[in-house]
Design a protein around this ligand. Sequence first.
Ligand code: HMG
Length: 387
Amino acid sequence: MNIGIHDLSFATTEFVLPHTELAAHTGTDIGKYHVGIGQRSMSIPAADEDIVTMAAAAAAPVVRRWGADRIRTVLLATETSIDQSKAAGIYVHSLLNLPPSTRVVELKQACYSGTAALQFAIGLVHRDPSQQVLVIATDVSRYELDSPGEATQGAAAVAMLVGADPALIRLEDPSGLHTADVMDFWRPNYRSTALVAGQESVAAYLQSLEGTWKDYTEQGGRALREFAAFCYHQPFTKMAFKAHRHLFSTTGHDADEDRMTTMLRLTTAYNEVLGNSYTASMYVALASLLDHAGDLTDQPIGFASYGSGCVAEFFCGTVVPGYLEHVRTDAHRTIVGRRRQIDHATYRDLHEQALPQDGGHHLTPRQTTGPFRFAGLSGHKRLYEHR
Ligand code: HMG
């Protein structure tokens, strides 16, 4: 049975901070950001934006295009959860007027859980091919001010409609899997910023990639040379190049260096200006590839998903004939280009804002010009509205 990604759409925030602005205030050579980590700017949420508003903005065009009649499950992956109990996807379900006969659940495992959601969705569609699953990956990446991770912050949400006879990507078995108990990056419940052992996290990512590839091969997966392109998790875009080089050198495969660089660059166009969007990042890389690579019909793409802590998965998806009629290149470029630039002081103010915890009635300032907004809190309840 053909099952895979029928549609893919992403959204991001109202504001953007260029790395030139950050560099001017941290005294960092801009070459470290632009070349060393491969980042040019980062998406910053307005006071009235969060994972729900981004998720709804990403999914709304998908629901508009295909309707909601066949959606019976919403799987929302995030590590920026807004509640320990209620699934953020229920707010999205409500904002999008999805039918009540839907199951909605939230998944967590650092940046990996978007891939878990996608794999679980395949299982649900396999059981009943008349159904579709709305998979949403949505995150705001936040590190402490003035920390090494600060330059890798960002935010975005990706919505994918998963179903039978997909219009974009047919997903294949097998998957290569890898889990290890490491403390490379984590965020205890009492913190709003992540803790990270930077260099160890890079090493854990590379080791996990190796582990997934070994398992993928043992499970009877494709040979490395068969892939036309690779989408890696991109906490910063230079990481994709490190990962690719590592994969090819540890498997002893002779890489066509020029072709490799060209194809990888096509996956980084959005992430280098959005920043790390955790669960969404690898699927933003896919959007970038589909939007910029010319015709990829029938080409196998390798996906290398990584989530700190850590869980990783390698799998393959093949691009479906006719997919170019369904990509959202113009919309994606508009979403990236419409962000309003903020200065360093505004960025720091937004970063330090914390929601009141007194259970009172607090309205957020109206800042976003996006389709949905987080209007505030009342009696410990979050309020959302259409703009
Ligand atoms: P750092 O210590 O600030 O930077 O940390 P550095 O000194 O390692 O320099 C970075 C690169 O810039 C180096 O290149 C330098 O040579 C180069 P490399 O050796 O890596 O090829 N450089 C320059 N290049 C050009 N001109 C210059 C210049 N100066 C230096 N003037 C680090 C970097 C990534 C560790 C830091 O940003 C960090 O902690 N980031 C957050 C953690 C992270 O992203 N880890 C990635 C793997 S873990 C992961 O992907 C999971 C994650 O997404 C979370 C989840 O799963 O939920 C994070």
